[in-house]
Design a protein around this ligand. Sequence first.
Ligand code: NOJ
Ligand code: CA
Length: 589
Amino acid sequence: MEDTQTMTLTGPDRVLAAAPAQPTQALADLAPPAGLSPAQPSAELSAPADERAAWWREAVIYQVYIRSFADGNGDGIGDLLGIRTRLPYLRALGVDAVWITPFYPSPMADGGYDVGDYCAVDPLFGTLGDFDALVAEAHAAGLRVIVDVVPNHTSDRHQWFTEALAAEPGDAARGRYIFRPGKGEHGELPPNDWESVFGGPAWTRIVERDGTAGEWYLHLFDPAQPDLNWHNPWVREQFEQVLEFWLDRGVDGFRVDVAHGMIKQHGLPDVGYSGQITMLGNAVLPYFDQDEVHQIHRSWRRILDTYPGERIAVAEAWAPSLERLAAYVRPDELHQAFNFHYLGTPWEAQPLRTVIDQSLGTARLVGAPSTWVLSNHDVQRHVTRYGGGETGQRRARAAALLMLALPGSAYVYQGEELGLEEVFDLPAELLQDPQRFRSADGSSGRDGCRVPLPWNGAVPPFNFTPLGIADGWLPAPAHWAARTVEAQWQDPDSMLGLYREALRLRREHPALGDGALEWSPSPAGTLVFTREPGFVCTVNTGSEPVALPAPGTPVLASGPFELGADAAGQASVVLPPDTAVWWVRSASD
Ligand code: NOJ
Ligand code: CA
């Protein structure tokens, strides 16, 4: 290639053909360091929530893992007040909605996914008043709010389960859960061979009131999370009331935990082998993805549709295939489903293209938008999965541009916009994840992706807690000083700078968000696709630089690249390994 010119597109001189750069707002305006004064909706932020129909078809939804996002009261644990203080940050980042993980009263056997009361707030996280204020302030800031609902199981301390334990076998209170007599001469063996996702048997035997060893109850997760019996209409009615409780308080939707698990195959047949399932796995099993579960989702959709403003539900469904996943987002069911098939795809062009095509194709069959996700609170952070270190950062930057250019809606897990990696050296005495405790070798815990966010300052906990008066519940590594929001906010070359700019362009460019894509032929290891009108994304996932025709004017790049001309004088680009570039094309290109 001749006449090459090295471009960065992330420094101050970056080409912004699509729109002029936004004036940078000082970090101090965005994240009050004391963390004590909730964000007041300013005139600038007071626009009503987006009125467009079907906002969710292209929304970028930011996942707040509440315990680790921001601590408002100084006890080292993130809370609702903390989220309120950071709403200006989320607004300035440029996302459309927040999904907040469970904040309900809970013994915290599984980080809040063991719910003790579905219609209240755990004092650890604040009050219902705090929640109402959060919703009001988020809406005033143009952000929608999605909350978790956890219908597959309750906490073992939930009143329903306490009543079930106190009841006799066969009583109505037992019928809310899945109790069975054991096998073996004295009922000493579990009723079947089902395994807990966290490891070990999915059954625990209880002691009856008279002191004898009694029935067993099913728990697909921790023993502290007994599974509800969704064949029981009483359970269905309870959850309809739960949905209405939060919808009446103004939530914009629900993330449905284990949406594929509520119905178990009649007769509870044995699986026949061990090693049945891991977190987010896709095996075909009698306790997951049963056809009858869709009845429940249809009834929930009817409730959502009685509320104004496109209230949505997103399924956390571990389906064996993208076709089975699409069933959860049929027009009369839920609106979205997390695309864990995409999350689990390696950083390689061909498998990525295949999963993208299958995702778009299957979702299109039912008229639903595809969703894209790279990380969440259940998996190793993707910087680490992609190789860690500089390689992981480089790939994560390119992966962000790929994901945010795809048609549909995208989920961003808190901290991925800072380039946070998995933390492996947490002190053993602080670890809390039940998956770690129950897994065979204790190595598969999820604490390492849940370390509190670094906001500002030079030393841990980086103002995660107000005034730095407490440690976060898990310690942040000292080297995160370079990864705080403050350290990256003004730096367009940082991961945060890249996400901000990508989100800004995504909001402004008419081709991005909902719609379709068209692939262009490209060399092995690369992806090139067009979104009309006039937007092109090029990605090199390989380990060697690749020369391509330049498809327009570059507007954003995940790393440096070279522009030049080929022998025939046509504009060309050399994409280094693990690099993505966004281009806009005018009629003359
Ligand atoms: C999925 C949640 O994301 C995970 O954190 C939890 O442990 C299980 N469901 C059980 O509720
Ligand atoms: Ca707190």
